[in-house]
Design a protein around this ligand. Structure first.
Ligand code: V47
Length: 363
């Protein structure tokens, strides 16, 4: 039955490769991005998911802190970053950040995810001292902070190399690096949407430099704006190549573009089919990434739950106070309880497992 359905859909050769654990190429990715047979795509991605993660689906008890929205990059897809002097900007002092951590000290938070805009004049020490202060307030917390783009910016502000900056940040308590800022690596997209942002090749260099120091990181791709399928495939293949070299990526997160309040608000939001397709193709192409995250904040809990049958094995977490997607019109809640997350996972037929940032199982 399944064989003939795969043959009729022109997906049988890819199925054979997936079954044999053979690597898919750009041509296969084109086929997967264009097939109308979504359930078959899910079937294929599920083979790889299961190989990596069996019946488990992960979540984390985490907290987000966005220290400032002042930004010199002003990317067209972003509703969060604002130019210095704009009436809607804010900037948290280190004490404000510590206060956010303190507020949840009675909760079993395992990770704090700290990111912000590229602030023109916060000094190098601000970032170092912030990590130290968080560590002092709650030493057991894993600090996942500063995207590769922020790290390059912090290095520039401090007049230091990426290596030295990473050493200083690690010394102050940096535990891992989140996957943001990757967007789409294509120079065409960067030129059109985020010309001031760190070029894709340099984003990868920062990640690889971190990996070589033993620091793990995540990777993302922002899809559903003006990127072509080929640009998505190039992005995924560049990440796969970097991962072959270092093995330092933990997780890949396809991020669904939210157009509201951005300079691209004429673009329609992504559809459920596109969301599931991006999860599935990433799972199939990134055969060296242990985890694929369906970030419920951006997908909505319903699509994120279905994504667990399309290659994803992680829903992210409790989050709390998310700003980047909500500024861009997300209608999801800003937090989910453990119980709600576990229910979504169980109903998808998976075993919910609370994890720490490095995917150690906690229960
Ligand atoms: O880099 C900005 C994206 C990213 C919009 O590593 C937008 O586990 C959609 O990377 N619509 C930041 N997306 C968030 C991020 C992330 C989130 C959760 C977990 C992890 C992880 C990483 O958000 C930015 C950018 O690509 N973004 N604006 C928007 N309007």
């Amino acid at each position: 039955m399944m064989n003939s359905a795969l043959k009729d859909a022109g997906l049988y050769e890819i199925y054979e490769k997936v079954n044999a654990g053979e690597r898919l190429d750009a041509q296969d990715a084109e086929t997967l991005y264009s097939t109308p047979h979504l359930p078959l795509l899910g079937f294929l991605a599920d083979i790889v998911r299961q190989r990596f993660n069996g019946n488990k689906a992960y979540y984390i008890y985490n907290q987000h802190v966005n220290y400032s929205n002042v930004c010199i990059n002003l990317c067209k897809f972003c509703a969060f970053g604002k130019e210095k002097g704009h009436p809607k900007t804010y900037e948290m002092s280190i004490e404000d950040v510590v206060q956010k951590i303190r507020e949840r000290k009675n909760e079993p938070v395992k990770e704090v995810h700290v990111v912000g805009g590229l602030h023109p004049d916060l000094p190098y020490e601000y970032y170092i001292d912030m990590l130290r202060a968080i560590r002092e307030e709650r030493p057991e917390l894993h600090i996942q902070a500063f995207t590769c783009v922020e790290i390059a910016h912090i290095a520039k502000i401090g007049g230091k190399s990426i290596e030295q900056t990473l050493d200083d940040l690690m010394d102050a308590g940096l535990g891992s690096i989140p996957g943001g800022g990757a967007e789409v690596f294509s120079p065409r997209i960067r030129e059109k949407l985020c010309p001031r942002k760190l070029p894709g090749a340099q984003w990868i260099e920062v990640a690889k430099t971190a990996h070589k120091k033993g620091l793990k990181s995540n990777a993302t791709m922002l899809y559903g704006h003006i990127e072509t399928v080929d640009e998505r495939i190039e992005h995924l293949l560049a990440l796969r190549e970097a991962q072959d070299e270092t093995g330092g990526f933990m997780c890949f997160i396809p991020l669904a573009f939210h157009p509201k309040n951005t300079a691209l608000d004429h673009i329609a939001p992504t559809s459920g089919v596109e969301d599931l397709r991006n999860i599935a193709v990433s799972r199939l192409l990134l055969d060296n990434f242990p985890h694929i995250k369906a970030y419920w904040i951006m997908l909505g809990p319903k699509v994120a739950q279905i994504a667990l049958s399309y290659g994803a094995d992680d829903l992210d977490g409790t989050v709390m106070e998310e700003k980047i997607t909500h500024m861009a019109g997300a209608e999801t809640a800003q937090a989910m309880t453990r119980k709600e997350i576990e229910r979504l996972i169980r109903q998808a037929g998976r075993e919910p497992l609370e994890r720490d940032t490095l995917y150690n199982e906690l229960h």
